[in-house]
Design a protein around this ligand. Sequence first.
Ligand code: TYD
Length: 199
Amino acid sequence: MLITFEGIDGSGKSTQIALLKESLVESGKKVKVFREPGGTGISELIRGMLLNPEIKIDPVTELLLFSSARSQLIAEKIKPLLEQNAVVILDRFYDSTTAYQGYGRKSIPLDQVHQINEVASHGLEPDITFYLRLSLEESAKRTIHMQKDRMEQAGIEFFERVIQGFDTLAEQKKRFVVIDGSDTTEKVHQQIVDKLKGF
Ligand code: TYD
């Protein structure tokens, strides 16, 4: 089973992923967690380039680099794990590419982004996607003390388009579960666990 988490910075993905992993492991499941971009040798190297504020990257190159990192992670780690019936939890997946590169950067038309996403994911689709929704104001409050990486240095309009991208995906895709990221950690976790009971 493939579970993905999406949302802007400060939405609480990492905390929720750690809690979910713990509860799934307790119930006897084999669980692996990866973050995107990352998770393999090449993908971590690409992550370093993508997040480095010193490096200038053309928007199309950026999209292809996120996609390359993803392709390697799917081929090397995720596909074999899913074949062994493991539960794989991903901190971001191609919906982030649609929201950040497609809606945020507007680097190429959305239908082309979707095609690249399909290629880079080797045709894999998440079983369920938890979108922890947070307003830009709340995100700014929660991340004010953090150092900003290259992606996080984009302006307010960019992040407004990213949120709009996630919101649109949530309306279009049945696998999306929208959760209010400003709720308490415990409440968000409970909603995630309840939703997964149906699987
Ligand atoms: P990360 O530190 O993992 O951020 P977070 O903790 O918020 O997940 O950095 C990943 C950054 O890369 C984040 O700003 C979102 C961005 N990103 C894209 O722009 N496109 C993508 O396809 C992915 C996977 C991430």
